[in-house]
Design a protein around this ligand. Structure first.
Ligand code: HEM
Length: 184
């Protein structure tokens, strides 16, 4: 298997980024839901949001790299047994996931910088606040952030179920391709 995608299979880089983002999204979803239940006196009260913000910002950088990589190395062609409806719906799902992920990361940034403070990435470097001071910015962005998180989790589970359906019922290589299987 090569680093780049070919017309028939996903390469190392796309596969690695796909599973890294998927695992990170589920982990961040759990972390996000948990951290808002913490009380002020909990030892994780400050630490958990710092980790959430740092990982979210790194995820944004990874997503930008992912989009650039899609242009450099386009994904493989759909399998021949995938009919028009399957091709269109899977592309629509992937596009929606990309869009929702960017929306999620951007609203996270808006919440974090609403008071004009930068986001510190594990103390390594800061991302400056640019759109701060828009009144109810944190509240509005917070509601959208939560809805988008749920939308992504539900849609990605449907997307995962579709991949399992291709694997176990249609018995094609849709899922195997995303696990590094290289057709002969
Ligand atoms: C948060 C979770 C997930 C997100 C955001 C996500 C997103 C995406 C995106 C954007 C693509 C298009 C290829 C690319 O750009 O790299 C893709 C492809 C794929 N994903 Fe996911 N995914 C997630 C979880 C899963 C899960 C849990 C499974 C399987 C159980 C899965 C199986 C696949 C497969 C098989 C493909 C290749 C489809 C094809 O060949 O057209 N994904 N995914």
């Amino acid at each position: 298997m090569s680093f780049k995608n070919t017309a028939t299979h996903f390469g190392h880089i796309s596969i690695f980024i796909h599973w890294l983002v998927a695992l990170t999204v589920y982990g961040m979803f759990a972390l996000g839901l948990w951290m808002v239940t913490l009380s002020y006196y909990d030892t994780w009260y400050h630490r958990a949001p710092e980790i959430h913000k740092s990982i979210g910002s790194l995820l944004f950088i990874i997503m930008v790299i992912r989009v650039i990589w899609r242009f450099i190395s386009p994904p493989p062609k759909p399998l021949v047994n995938h009919r028009h409806f399957i091709r269109i719906s899977s592309q629509l799902m992937q596009f929606t996931l990309y869009l929702a992920l960017f929306g999620l990361l951007f609203t996270g940034y808006l919440i974090s910088t609403a008071e004009g403070q930068p986001v510190s990435i594990f103390g390594w470097f800061d991302i400056p606040a640019t759109l701060a001071g828009q009144g109810i910015q944190a509240d509005t962005a917070g509601v959208i952030h939560l809805y988008l998180a749920w939308i992504i989790v539900v849609l990605s589970l449907l997307h995962g179920l579709a991949a399992l359906k291709h694997h176990f019922i249609d018995r094609d290589i849709t899922l195997k391709r995303m696990l590094g299987y290289k057709p002969n």
